[in-house]
Design a protein around this ligand. Structure first.
Ligand SMILES: *Cc1c(COP(=O)(O)O)cnc(C)c1O
Length: 425
C-alpha cells in the first residue's frame, strides 16, 4: 500500500501520519456502519412496500401523464421519510430551487418568514430578499425576520418567542451549518425547536432545509414534527447516481401547493415527464445510506487529522455527526487554496486541473471549489469549497466511497505539507 500512495504523490511522512490516525477510528466507524445498516433497511422497506418493479425505470416524455415510475418514487420517499406526500422531480434543478419552491408556494403577500437559527445559506439571501433581487419573496410582500443563535450555538428561545407574531406563517430551520462556523443541529434539537414553536403558534408551517443531513442519523426532521423537509438529489439522497433533482417531503397540503408552484395551478404533480432518469434516482436512493456512511467516515478522518495539527475543526474529532460537512479553519487564503488543490488532485475526473477562487452566482464573496465529479457540481462526491473570507475555513464533504474520501484528505495534507503550511507532529 505504501508504494501505491507514493505513486499517487503522497510522501512517507504524510502517509504514516494519516495511517496512524485512521487506525484509531475503528470503533467510531462501527457506529457509523450501524446507522447505515438501519437506513439501508428503511430504504429497502419503503421500496418493497411501494412495490417498486422494473416498469418504474421506464422513461416518459411530453406531459408525462400517468408516469408510474415518477409517482412510485414519490411514494417511496414519502414512505421512507414518514411523510404524507413527496415531490421528487428532475424538474427541481437543485436544492436552492427546491427551497425557493417550498417557500414561495406557502408564503403569500403579508405573511412573514422567520429563521430562528440565524442567517440562512448564501443562496437563500436573494430568494428571501435579504439581498435585493428581482422575484424575491420581499418583492412579493413577504417580510422576513431572523433570530440569531446564542454565542454557544444554541437557540435563543426568548427572542424566538418574541419574534413569532400574527404574521408569522412559516419558519425555516437549516439543519446543516452551510458556510458558517456554527454547529449543525441534531434531529433531536430540531424536534425541540419545532415543539417550542408549535406550542406558541400551532398553525405555523415548520420547514427544514435538510441539505447534507439525509441518512446521517436514524431519524430525519420529518420524524420530529417538520411539516416540510427539503433537499437536493445531487447531495445525500441521490447517492451519487442522480444526475439532477430535488425533493420536498411533508404534509399533503404543503406539497400540493409546492406542486402547483413547480408546474402550474391546476396541473400540480400530474405533469412532468421523467425522461430517462428514474433508474438513477431509484438506484441512487438505494445506495445513499452506504454512500453517506463513507462520506461521514471521511469527515471524521479529516477532523482527527487537522485537529491534531492544531487547526480548529467543526465538528471536532469526537463530536457526534448530524450532516456530512466538515469545516476546517485553516486561517489563511493560501491554506484554503492548498487544501482544495489536494482534493482536486485526488479526483477520478478532472484531476489535472487547478481550482481557483471566482465569483459564483448566488454567493456573496469569491468561492473556490474543488471537485472532480461524475455529476457536475455533485457534492455527495468528494468536494471542498470555501468562500475566500474570514476565518478562511474550508468546507469539505462527500466521497462516494470511504477510500476515496481518505485519499482526498491525505492529498490535501500533502499539498499543505509541500507548501510549508503545516508541520507534521
Ligand atoms: C447545498 C445547500 C443548499 C443549496 O443547494 P444547491 O443544490 O447547491 O442549490 C441549501 N442549503 C444548504 C444547507 C445547503 O447545504
Amino acid at each position: 500500500m505504501g508504494n501505491m500512495y507514493q505513486e499517487m504523490g503522497i510522501c512517507k511522512e504524510v502517509e504514516d501520519f494519516c495511517q496512524d490516525i485512521a487506525k484509531d477510528l475503528a470503533e467510531r466507524f462501527t457506529e457509523i456502519d450501524r446507522i447505515a445498516e438501519q437506513n439501508q433497511m428503511k430504504v429497502i422497506h419503503a421500496m418493497q412496500k411501494e412495490r417498486v418493479d422494473a416498469t418504474c425505470f421506464a422513461g416518459t416524455t411530453g406531459y408525462g401523464y400517468n408516469d408510474m415510475g415518477r409517482d412510485t418514487l414519490e411514494k417511496v420517499y414519502a414512505s421512507c421519510f414518514h411523510t404524507e406526500a413527496a415531490l421528487v422531480r428532475p424538474q427541481i434543478t437543485c436544492g436552492t430551487h427546491a427551497l425557493a419552491i417550498a417557500l414561495s408556494a406557502n408564503l403569500l403577500p403579508g405573511d412573514e418568514l422567520l429563521s430562528p437559527v440565524g442567517k440562512p445559506y448564501d443562496t437563500l439571501e436573494r430568494i428571501i430578499g435579504i439581498t435585493e433581487s428581482p422575484c424575491s419573496l420581499a418583492e412579493y410582500g413577504v417580510s422576513y425576520r431572523q433570530v440569531d443563535l446564542l454565542l454557544d450555538g444554541t437557540f435563543d428561545y426568548d427572542n424566538i418567542a418574541k419574534a413569532i407574531t400574527d404574521k408569522t406563517k412559516l419558519v425555516t430551520i437549516q439543519r446543516s451549518k452551510g458556510y458558517q462556523m456554527r454547529p449543525t443541529f441534531s434531529v433531536k434539537q430540531i424536534g425541540e425547536l419545532i415543539a417550542f414553536i408549535k406550542k406558541i403558534k400551532p398553525s405555523v408551517i415548520c420547514m427544514v432545509d435538510n441539505c447534507y443531513g439525509e441518512f446521517v442519523e436514524e431519524m430525519e426532521p420529518s420524524d420530529v414534527g417538520a411539516d416540510m423537509m427539503v433537499g437536493s438529489l445531487i447531495k445525500n439522497p441521490g447517492g451519487g447516481l442522480a444526475p439532477i433533482g430535488g425533493y420536498i417531503c411533508g404534509i399533503q397540503a404543503c406539497i400540493d401547493r409546492c406542486a402547483y408552484r413547480l408546474s402550474a395551478p391546476g396541473l400540480g404533480q400530474e405533469v412532468g415527464a421523467s425522461l430517462d432518469v428514474m433508474r438513477s434516482l431509484y438506484q441512487g436512493y438505494f445506495l445513499a445510506p452506504n454512500v453517506v456512511s463513507g462520506a461521514i467516515k471521511g469527515a471524521i478522518f479529516a477532523a482527527n487529522i487537522y485537529e491534531k495539527l492544531g487547526f480548529k475543526v467543526i465538528p471536532n474529532s469526537t463530536e457526534s455527526r448530524h450532516d456530512i460537512i466538515q469545516a476546517v479553519e485553516l486561517g489563511t487564503a493560501e491554506g484554503v487554496i492548498a487544501f482544495c488543490e489536494g482534493i482536486q488532485k485526488a479526483a477520478p475526473v478532472d484531476s489535472y486541473v487547478t481550482p481557483e477562487p471566482y465569483a459564483m452566482p448566488g454567493y456573496v464573496s469569491d468561492v473556490i471549489m474543488a471537485a472532480g465529479a461524475f455529476i457536475q457540481g455533485s457534492s455527495i462526491e468528494l468536494s471542498a469549497d470555501a468562500p475566500i473570507r474570514e476565518p478562511y475555513a474550508v468546507f469539505f464533504q462527500g466521497g462516494l466511497t470511504w477510500y476515496h474520501a481518505k485519499l482526498g484528505i491525505m492529498m490535501s495534507l500533502q499539498r499543505l505539507y509541500e507548501k510549508g503550511l503545516v508541520e507534521l507532529v
